[in-house]
Design a protein around this ligand. Sequence first.
Ligand code: ARG
Length: 451
Amino acid sequence: MSLWGGGRFEDDPADALWRFTVDREDKRLLAYDVRGSIAHVGMLGSVGILTGDEATALIRGLETILGEAQAGTFAWEESDEDVHSAVERRLGEIAGAVAGKLHTGRSRNDQVALDMRLFMVDAIGHLSDGIRSFVGVLVEAARRVGDAVVPSYTHVQQAQAVPLAHHLLAYAWMLKRDFERFADAGVRADVSPLGAGASGGSSLPLDPDASAARLSMASSFDNSMDAVGSRDVSAEFVWCAAQTMTTLSRLAEDIVLWASHEFGWVTLSDAFTTGSSAMPHKKNADIAELVRGKAASVAGDLVAALALQKGLPLTYNRDLQEMKRAVFHASDSLGGALEALSGMVAAASFDPPAPSPNVTALDLAEVLVARGVPFREAHHAVGQLVAALARDGRDLGSVTEGELVDAHERFEPGDGAVIDPVASVSRRVTKGGGSFTSVATQIADLEAWLG
Ligand code: ARG
């Protein structure tokens, strides 16, 4: 049964119309839809549009439906066009004719906009918890790896020596920003569209602020057309999820590399790896690979969320029904990725090999700079030294005092002590740089943030 048949329509809907237009994705909005209806009916009662008895009867019926939703016993029918129709149909079964007053001063347009906002406010809560606890896992891992030193990479070429903890904490800061983006999106999601009606409001004395307050939402809409026709908040939610998935996909790629025989930085736990059906020796980082893969499909959700709005005339158009798929898929993908990848990192043991001494080349150049040599000249001298050693199959680790002094007149005996990745890290003084002191500060700051 549709909510619109019978009056304007003489003929029944074609099967093809029904099959193509009914919404099956929105079943998960059931509890939000009922909560919205309870708030709406409460408001209708308080402004006198419904009598006290009517409001009570409707709310009692809706509370029964909410119980069914929470218990998972709500009985859907093939003939329900969408969640809103299903609730009104069920309310009629429970409360009788008074159910016909539920839709007073309301449209499915403000209703679905509300349901999605309530869904997103909740999802932002869960996803933010997941991101925050992943930051905790990374901080814990940074503590666990202690003073292990690795090369940083640029262009996937070894760059400077850094604590492995510094590398892990880079992701903690990225995820903290992802968390903050969700919090910011949550502020804009927390606005009730109830009372906007079909698009222009109502001749009935509705009180949108009262509906919002009954839902514990921060405020209500300022423009009814904006309230029912806009989906920027949904797109923002999907963007936050897409960016977080993108952050996770970069960590995932690092883990895939680190777990390879060639890197050998990390041993992944059996519980978080998969085997090969053919090759008995294999242990694969499938979680990390799937995070990369799912990041691609969530990026696709973002494209869909933008494309759905692009060029769409105000206000509500049925296209917008498709926004749910993007929001739900992005939310589910991120929730799953956070759980699996943080489990993988929490159970991983890190034991990276020592980096090549060549990662101290910049430190060596900075020794000359500290003595007043122009950086470009120091860069050139050390570069020539590295090239000369490489021609003999050597690296900076084997340079003699004589070779060093020959490389530039301002080098002094003893400067070779710099050519040690751990010494390199210890000499680093920049705020936020790859030093043990900076790592300690970062851990303290992140732990303070985690509370
Ligand atoms: N299932 C619809 C959606 O998700 C509900 C709103 C329908 N509104 C309408 N005017 N047909 O968008």
